[in-house]
Design a protein around this ligand. Sequence first.
Ligand code: ADP
Ligand code: ZN
Length: 571
Amino acid sequence: MVKNRDSRNFNIFGVVAILAALVAVLVGVYMRERQPIQQISFGHFMESLSRGEIAEVTLSDQAHIRFRFEAEGLQYMTNNPRRDTFKEELLLSNVAVLEGAGSINWQLIIILSIVVAAIVFTRRKSNALAPATVAINPAEAIKKYSFADMAGNEEAKESVADVVDFLANPEKYSKYGARMPRGLILHGMPGTGKTLMAKAMAGEAEVPFYAVSGSDFVQMYVGVGAARVRELFKKARASGKAVIFIDEIDALGKKRSNGTSGGNDERDQTLNALLTEMSGFTENEGIVVVAATNRLDTLDDALLRPGRFDRQVEVAMPDINARRQILKLHGENKPIIANLEKWARDTVFFSGAMLEGLINEAAILAAKEGAGHITDNDMERAYYITLAGYEKKDRTTLRQQERRLTAYHEAGHALAAKLVTPENTVAKVTIIPSSKGVGGFCVNIPPEKMYYTKQELEQQIIVHIAGRCAEELVFGSENITTGASNDIEKATRVAKRYIGQYGMCKEVGLLDMRSMGRNANLIQSCKRMMDQLYNDTLQLLSDNQDKLEAIALALLEKETLDEAALDLLIA
Ligand code: ADP
Ligand code: ZN
C-alpha cells in the first residue's frame, strides 16, 4: 500500500518536472527574442539601402521591420513604411527579403504547448493502462492460427500438445486432479516462430489470445506496468479461458546482477505483479501464460520456479527438412515453380521468418516482372536481399567455411563420445545453431549414476575438448576458433573438481582445494592434466580420422544426425 502511494507521488513529480522544463525552455527562447534591438531612423535606413549596405530585411505588418547590414550579423529595426512597392524596391536593390510573421505570438505558443503536453500525458496514461496490442475482442480480431500454419518443429508441438488439450478441456483434467503448467517459456532464436506457436496454441484450443511485449513495460512510470499486468489478467479472466502471450519476457525478468538490490523498481514491480497474478489463478481455470525469449540463460530464476514458468520448450532453428516444409507452406498459394528442394538446401541458418521473407521477396520480384511464375531466378535475387537485410541484425551469414568448421567440431564431440563412452547415448548431433549453443551441438547423455569413476570423469573431459581437437586436426593449430569456449568452460569445471574436490590427482592428493584459498598448485595440476588429455584426444581422433570425416560429411549434407545414423557411419 505504502509502495503504491510512493509511486503515485513519483508520477506527479515526473509531470511537474517535465512541465517545469518546458516553461524554462520557453522563457529562454522568449528572452532571446526580446533582446534589445537597436532602432535606426527610416532616413538612415534608406541611405544605407541606396549605398547597398543592407543585406537582409524581414518584412511584416507590425509597426517596425527588422534588417541586417551587409557587414555585421546584428539585427536592427526601423519604422515600417507600409508602402505597397517597398518589397519590389528592396528586391531591385538586391536585398534578401524575408517575410516574418511579425513578433511571435507568445500567448498562442504557450497555450499550444500546454495543450500538446496535456494530450501527450493523457495518451500515455490511457495507453499504459490498456494493455497495448490487445484487441478488445481478441477472438474475433485476430486471425486463427493452427499447428498446420507452423511447419517443422514437431518436438516443440509435441511438448505443448497436452497444454492445448488442457486449455480446450480443463474439466477433463480437473476431474483427475491433474495440475497443468500455468506458464511455459518458448525459447529460441529470433524468427523461429515462437509468436506463431503461441497463436497456434490459442487457435487449436479455440480460446482468445492476449499479447503484450516485455519491452512495452520498460521505461514506464513506476506502478503503471504492474497496473497493466493486472488489467491484462482481468481481461483474460473475463473471457474465461485464454492464452496470455508475453513476448521478450527477458526485458522484465532479467537475472539480477549481484549486489544491485536497488535495481529497476519499475521492472521489479511489473515482474512481481505478473508472478502474483500467475499464482493467483486457480489450478484449472483454463488460462496459460506463454512467454517467449531469445535468451533463456539470462532469465531470473524466480521466473523458472515451480508453479511459474516451469516448462521450457525450445523452438529450434529449422533443419533442412523443416526448411523444405516451411518453404512449401509459404509457397502454397503462390505460382511458384522454383526448385524448393534446392532452396531448402541452400538456406542453412535461415529462420522461419527469413524463409517466409525469402518467398515473399521472390513473389514481389516476380510480380514486378509479370512473368506469371516465381522462378529460381527470382529466388536467387530474393536470397541476397533477404540475407543482406538480416546480416546487420544477427550473424546469419551463410559462410560455407564456418559451416564446415562446425561440422568437424561437432563430429569430433560425437565421435569421441561414441569411442570413449559407449554406454552414453548420443541422442542428436547437429550443425544447426540453437539458443543454447553457438554453432551446432551434440547431445550426449550419460547413464544415470550415483558415483562417477576417475576414468569416467576423464572421459567426460575428452568428449568436451574433442570439438577443439577436431578443429586443430583438420584445419591446423592456427585456425582453431572461439567455438570451443563453452566446451573449455565445462572441461575446466570437471578438471577442477577432479583435482580439488575428489582427490583424484596424485600430485595434489587428498586435499579439498575449496577450503585452501587461491592455489597455484591447483592451476598447475589442472593444466598438466588438460594437456595430457588433449594430446590423447588428438591422437584418438587422428587414429579414427576416416570416421571423423564420414560424420562431418554426413552433417554437412543432412545437418542433423540421430544415434542410429551415427552408429551406421562409425561401424
Ligand atoms: P519469433 O516470435 O520466434 O521471433 P515469429 O513467430 O514472429 O517468430 O515468426 C515470424 C514469422 O515467420 C511467422 O509469422 C511465420 O510467417 C514465419 N515462420 C516462422 N517459423 C515458422 C514455421 N516453423 N513455419 C511456418 N512459418 C514460420
Ligand atoms: Zn563444442
